[in-house]
Design a protein around this ligand. Structure first.
Ligand code: FAD
Length: 472
């Protein structure tokens, strides 16, 4: 056991020697692999991880954490690296623990609509592999994310308005704690009132409380009928009012997504949606038995028409629907293509749906005053949207984007909202947590961190502002 007063680099060297002794074939120190694991999609890293370990089992994860705990070496869990708030950016002298080789479907319980998977499987692979069962897993963040990473960021996406987020779709977990101890939380049942809800505690914990190795997921039946449509509007207000009224009337819509005119212009070019105008647009999806879908469509068309919607354009074949939803999922890359040399910084505010119109109107004023380009799009059925702030990739450019981000968050918080509906805190949203939650609540969060990871080796510097710095 090393002396805790020895230097961080000496402790790292000792940990790596132990790790090499146990799993040399799963460790890479190649600079290209270290570079790939030093960042997610949106933030640069100051340090590369010293090594990347590709875990193949829960026991591997346990061995890594036990050694790193003994030697007080920081560990950053890594799924697919699609997170956008600097979540996987390592501190100095850290190890990246990659779960992407853990891709087994351990159990598929089709009769109970659940399955147990290893944390490194991606949602797309899972859905391909269980297709024949007639079931699917609905949570769909844009990137090819892993189920473990999606648990850790409490991800959602376009289908959350109908199916909920990871919080509503995870029944239980296997988690390796900081010391290497393995625990199971939750189970297979739909509800249980026994004890603290530790499953929910780990959902959204961003790799700061434990490393998730297995996930019990709720599955859903594939709907009999799926139908998608696009409706364009002359004004943003009319589009937002339409989305709000659809939710307020209780129409069980599958997805309702907004793109403002600047985003639509970018997506028309990037995704070749030439049949549409660069106007504010709502994308809809309806699902269910065919009679129910027809009812939803009729009700939605009536709401849109009452709010000056232009005519509905239908996408009825699977190919046409896939093309539309791919365009929606590629919106970030479409915005990036507006200026390939620029940096795109995404905001992620959410407010109660009745406040959405007020917030977006204010955000458009802020964007105009900033002089920056910032297309806006989002999961408006949940009251959640992103502004994709396009800025020079320079310290001054980042500072301007950050100023705009702060104004947008301040508006959302003043309307009972949150600074992040789905991307998480990482490093990018640290400054807003105290305003959003209050000092007392943050103190409870810090106490939990201290209890579960007393040496602060798990993804230090993320999720909690200033308090739990790495104590190597
Ligand atoms: C174009 C684009 C669109 C996106 N759209 C959406 C969207 O609509 N909705 C949405 O929610 N997100 C969206 N995202 C963000 C991203 O896809 C999600 O945050 C996703 O959940 C991250 O999963 P990952 O596997 O890539 O995790 P990573 O980026 O690898 O890790 C994310 C965090 O989870 C931790 N972690 C990873 N695996 C584990 C594990 N097994 N145990 C414990 N901790 C772990 C990491 O340490 C890190 O803190 C988008 C990203 C991009 C690039």
């Amino acid at each position: 056991m090393p002396d805790s007063s020895s230097s961080a680099s000496a402790r790292l060297a000792a940990a790596l020697a132990s790790l090499h002794g146990q799993m040399a074939d799963r460790i890479s120190t190649a600079s290209s692999v270290r570079e790939e694991h030093s960042h997610g999609e949106a933030m640069n890293a100051a340090f590369l991880p010293e090594a990347v370990i590709f875990a193949e089992s829960t026991d591997d994860v346990s061995a890594v954490l036990s050694i790193c705990h003994d030697h007080r070496v920081p560990v950053v869990a890594f799924g697919a690296g699609t997170s956008v708030e600097g979540h996987v950016v390592p501190p100095e002298h850290a190890i990246s623990l990659d779960l992407s080789r853990m891709t087994d479907i351990i159990q598929l319980n089709a009769e109970d609509l659940d399955c147990r998977v290893q944390a490194g499987i991606t949602r797309q692979t899972l859905n391909t592999e269980i297709r024949a069962s007639g079931l699917f897993f609905p949570v769909d963040p844009g990137g090819e994310a892993t189920i473990g990473g999606m648990c850790a960021t409490r991800a959602s996406g376009t289908a959350a308005v109908r199916y909920g987020t990871m919080k509503e779709n995870v029944l239980g977990l296997t988690v390796v704690l900081a010391t290497g101890e393995i625990i199971r939380t939750g189970g297979r049942v739909r509800k249980s009132s026994t004890g603290y809800d530790l499953t929910s505690l780990f959902i959204g914990s961003e790799g700061t409380l434990g490393v998730i190795t297995e996930v019990q997921l709720r599955l859903h039946g594939r709907p009999e009928t799926l139908s998608a449509a696009v409706c364009q509007f002359e004004t943003l207000d009319d589009a937002i009012l339409t989305a709000m009224e659809i939710i307020q009337c209780g129409i069980p819509i599958n997805r309702v997504e907004l793109m403002d005119s600047m985003q639509m212009d970018a997506s028309i070019r990037y995704s070749k949606l030439e049949e549409y105008q660069p106007l504010t647009t709502l994308f809809f999806e309806f699902a269910g038995a065919s009679a129910a879908v027809q009812e939803q469509v009729t009700a939605t068309e009536a709401v849109a028409a009452a709010n000056n919607g232009l005519s509905f354009a239908w996408a009825n074949t699977p190919e046409e629907r896939n093309r539309l939803w791919k365009a929606r999922h590629d919106a970030f890359w479409a915005a990036k293509a507006i200026d390939p040399k620029a940096r795109v910084i995404s905001t992620d505010c959410i407010v109660p749906i009745s406040r959405l119109g007020e917030l977006i109107a204010g955000v458009h004023q802020d964007i105009e005053a900033s002089g920056l380009r910032a297309p806006l799009l989002g999961h408006v059925g949940d009251g959640n949207f992103h502004t994709l702030i396009i800025t020079d990739d320079t310290p001054e450019g980042h500072a301007r984007a950050w100023e705009l981000d702060k104004k947008i968050v301040a508006r959302a918080l003043s309307l009972d909202g949150s600074c992040s509906g789905e991307h998480g805190v990482g490093m990018g949203k640290l400054d807003f947590l105290e305003t959003e939650h209050g000092a007392g609540t943050l103190a409870v969060m810090r106490a939990l961190k201290d209890t579960m990871d007393p040496r602060h080796i798990l993804n230090p510097g993320k999720l909690l502002p200033a308090g739990p710095v790495y104590r190597g």
